[in-house]
Structure formats: structure tokens, C-alpha cells
Design a protein around this ligand. Structure first.
Ligand code: SAH
Ligand code: SF4
Ligand code: F3S
Length: 437
């Protein structure tokens, strides 16, 4: 009987991608994956450290694994991801049921660590090794692939926003060589993947070695990827406003495979707070950037990230954030109450009272929800293309994503992986309905 592996993923899309790659590495070791922790021989928690809640969740989940391990002493438990990187051996001290702790840059060492665990040896690996972990992980097998896939092209961050742990957990910016990315994309396209989302903590800071010996920008990489037959849609996330280069903006205007949706976090609309956050851009420069992007691609849907209750945020600062949201008009936005993270500069500052931050978060989310609904409503009557991904909730229905990343369902028998023109007929809170034209 092959051993069974259960992976639980927290946090961002890069963790989703990493979990897939870890699973592939363990499958090459003879494991099979399972969706049920109870039947697993090995459980890996791929963790997130971005906010306190996310990090603490890991410990409560580990607590819940305790009876499972008591009943099944051979069960091996691993902690991967950003909590593993941030806390390392401390996790073993706090949670003796854990067998291995592996940081995001060391996943190629997971199989060896799992073998050590089987011998009863605990291990911790939070190095930032010279070699590229992805070069040591197996090629992507077809079985697990869907019509859409993530592909990490860049990892790490050199920006050091005052609130953020990512520069510490993911290390400094590293771009993968273009050749490896193109090869991985071709493998994915050959196996039926039609849409790829390029991932990076600062994906538009990409500057990898090109196949011509030069340094390639993200725009150049996108244009080369667009030449791959069968690969029809390209997206990228997350981008930083300061790395939105002219060639990338231009690509939004003339590269048809680059989808008209852009996640462009700004965090706050107050220059005072942006400065305190060490964002190195102003509300005004962000607005000008949005104008230039919309000039290149007028129908682009923008999304953003916002933090409310950053230390020192006044009502006036918060009002400036609300003004910026009104001025931009987002199709989607993610908002968070500021969470003090150990080791970051902002954690030393006096926090905004929780009640005030809660009220601001509610007000901001209400505004954003209104904009999101309006954006969806504006799609009604329009023709969009949809990449169908899977059967819908009702029989005879398929769901997929539009160019603008809206979930769309339609009555159709068309198989997963088909791109079709769809006329949008109605908008529900979280999805659109349409008919295939
Ligand atoms: N590299 C990306 C994503 C960073 S993490 C970027 O620069 O946009 C995703 C989001 O989490 C951030 O955009 C920010 O809005 C939020 N975030 C990060 N640290 C946080 C903290 N300490 N408290 C609350 N939200 C935080
Ligand atoms: Fe964090 Fe700022 Fe880097 Fe984004 S740009 S990962 S928010 S430090
Ligand atoms: Fe979380 Fe690490 Fe991603 S902290 S958001 S899993 S980069």
C-alpha cells in the first residue's frame, strides 16, 4: 500500500503552487495524495505568517492533529511555508508532534527530510540555498492539472513595507531564468492548461535571465509566453505600483493573451500613512499610474489590497483611503485590519484601537462591495470570453472565469478547458450567469 500524503494550504497563491510542487515531489517518492487527514501517513501544513490570525491557526490545527498522532504513532507531521521560515526550530519546541520544519526555499529537500522522519529523526531546514528549488522538483504530471495553472516566476521581496513579514519569510527578490519558465509553460500547455497565472511576491519586478543572454522584464516574458500554442490566457500577480514599467503597461494594450485584470495593491490613500508604511509611492502617483494603465486598456478591471488601522492612521487618513477607492473604482478589493507582526518596524508603534479599526474596515468593505457589484452589473448584456473549468452546481451547467476574472456559469455541455463567447444575462452577488453564443 502506498503511503498517503495530506497537504493543507494556507495563505497566498504561491503557497498553492508550492503545495502542488511538494505533492509532486512526494508522489515521485511513492506517496499518493489524499483529501482526508485521518487516513494520511504524512500531513504537511503549508503555512502563512502574514497576519497574526493566519499564523495562530497553524498551532490550533496542530493541536487538532495531536489525537490523530496518538492513535497512529507512525503519522509524520511537517510544517512548511512562511511560519516554518519565521519560527524554525521553535515549532518543534512548542509542538513535539511535529517531525519536520521546512522553509519555502528548501522544498526540494522535503523527500530526504521525510525519509529522515521515517527513521525517527526530526529535522529543520530554513536555509536560503544557492540552488533553485524548482530545478530539483519533478516535472508537472498531467493527472493533477486543471485548465488553469499557477507558475512561480519570481520569489521574495526587497521592498520592506513597514508592516510586512514577506521580505523575511521569502527572502530577497529572485527571478527564475526565462528558459525554465518557458519550458514549464510548454509542458503545462501540452497537458491541456490554457491559462497561466504568473506568480511572484513582486511579480512585475521580474528581471530573469532571458534565452538571448539579456535580462528580461515581465513584459518580455509575457510576450514570449504568448507565442506558446494552446496557451491562450496569461495573468500575473501580485504587482507593486513602483514596478509597473512602461513595456508592461504597453503589453496590456496590445497583447491579446494578457487578460484585462490587474491586481495593484496600494494599501492606503493617505500620503502620510504611505510614507509611514515605507511604500515609496504617493496616492497621487498611484492615481496617475492607474490613468496610464486605463489609457492602454480602457476596459481593464483593477483590484487592490488595503490595510486599515495602520499605527497612526487618523480619520482624515482613512477618509483619504475612501476617496482613493472612489476615484479608482475597483472591480474587486481585499482589505485587512492591520496586524502587528513580530520583527517588523511597525510592530513597535502605538496601535489604533481595535474598535476604531473594525469600524473602518466595515465602512471600507461596504464601499468596495458596492463597486464590485456595480462592476459585475456592468457586464450584463456584454459578450465576454469564458474559460470553462468545471461542472457547475446545477446539472447541465459549467462554470469558469471571464477575461475579467468574474466567475461565470452557463448551461452548456462544453468540456472543461473550452474557451467560449458568452453573453452575460444576470449578476448574482459572487458570480455572473450567461449563455454561450
Ligand atoms: N507582495 C504583495 C502581497 C503582500 S501580502 C504586495 O505587495 O501587494 C498581501 C496583502 O496582505 C498585502 O497587500 C497587505 O494588504 C496585507 N498585509 C500584509 N501585511 C499585513 C499586516 N501586517 N497586517 C494586515 N495586512 C497585511
Ligand atoms: Fe510585503 Fe510590501 Fe513586499 Fe508586498 S511589497 S510583499 S506588502 S513588503
Ligand atoms: Fe502568507 Fe507567506 Fe504568502 S506570509 S501571504 S504564505 S508569502
Amino acid at each position: 500500500m502506498p503511503k498517503k500524503l495530506f497537504i493543507k494550504t494556507y495563505g497566498c497563491q504561491m503557497n498553492v503552487y508550492d503545495s502542488e510542487r511538494m505533492a509532486e515531489a512526494m508522489v515521485a517518492e511513492g506517496y499518493v495524495t489524499t483529501d482526508a487527514a485521518e487516513e494520511a501517513d504524512m500531513v504537511v501544513l503549508n503555512t502563512c505568517h502574514i497576519r497574526e490570525k493566519a499564523a495562530e491557526k497553524v498551532y490550533s490545527d496542530l493541536g487538532r492533529l495531536r489525537p490523530l498522532k496518538a492513535a497512529k504513532p507512525d503519522l509524520k507531521i511537517g510544517v512548511a511555508g512562511c511560519v516554518a521560515q519565521a519560527e524554525g526550530a521553535e515549532i518543534l519546541a512548542r509542538m513535539p508532534i511535529v517531525d519536520l520544519v521546512v522553509g519555502p526555499q528548501s522544498y526540494h529537500r522535503l523527500p530526504a527530510m521525510a525519509r529522515a522522519a521515517e527513521r525517527g529523526e526530526k529535522s529543520v531546514d530554513t536555509d536560503f540555498p544557492e540552488e533553485d528549488k524548482f530545478d530539483h522538483l519533478p516535472d508537472r504530471p498531467a493527472a493533477t492539472l486543471r485548465p488553469t495553472a499557477f507558475l512561480t516566476v519570481q520569489e521574495g521581496c526587497d521592498k520592506f513595507c513597514a508592516f510586512c513579514v514577506v521580505p523575511y519569510t521569502r527572502g530577497s527578490e529572485v527571478s527564475r531564468p526565462a528558459e525554465r519558465i518557458l519550458r514549464e509553460a510548454r509542458v503545462l500547455a501540452d497537458k491541456g492548461v490554457r491559462e497561466i497565472t504568473l506568480l511572484g511576491q513582486n511579480v512585475n519586478a521580474y528581471h530573469g535571465a532571458g534565452t538571448d543572454g539579456g535580462d528580461w522584464s515581465l513584459a518580455r516574458l509575457v510576450r514570449e509566453l504568448a507565442r506558446i500554442d494552446g496557451l491562450d490566457r496569461i495573468r500575473y500577480t501580485t504587482s507593486h505600483p513602483n514596478d509597473m514599467a512602461d513595456d508592461l503597461i504597453a503589453a496590456h494594450g496590445d497583447e491579446p493573451k494578457l487578460m484585462p485584470y490587474l491586481h495593484l495593491p496600494v494599501q492606503s490613500g493617505s500620503d502620510r500613512i504611505l510614507k509611514a508604511m515605507n511604500r515609496r509611492h504617493s496616492a497621487e502617483s498611484y492615481m496617475r499610474l492607474v490613468e496610464r494603465i486605463r489609457a492602454a486598456r480602457p476596459d481593464i478591471v483593477l483590484s487592490g489590497d488595503f490595510i486599515v488601522g495602520f499605527p497612526g492612521e487618523t480619520e482624515t487618513d482613512f477618509a483619504a483611503t475612501m476617496d482613493l477607492i472612489r476615484a479608482v473604482n475597483y472591480g474587486m478589493a481585499y482589505s485587512f485590519k492591520y496586524s502587528a507582526r513580530p520583527g517588523t518596524p511597525a510592530a513597535e508603534r502605538t496601535p489604533v484601537p481595535a474598535g476604531i479599526a473594525d469600524a473602518r474596515l466595515q465602512a471600507l468593505q461596504a464601499l468596495v462591495t458596492e463597486q464590485q457589484r456595480a462592476c459585475q452589473q456592468a457586464m450584463v448584456g456584454r459578450e465576454v470570453t469564458v474559460l470553462f473549468e468545471k461542472p457547475g452546481r446545477l446539472p447541465g451547467q459549467m462554470v469558469g472565469k471571464s477575461d475579467y476574472l468574474h466567475a461565470v456559469h452557463a448551461a452548456t455541455e462544453t468540456p472543461a478547458g473550452t474557451i467560449a463567447k458568452v453573453r452575460i444575462t444576470a449578476s448574482a452577488p459572487n458570480s455572473l450567469a450567461g449563455t454561450v453564443v
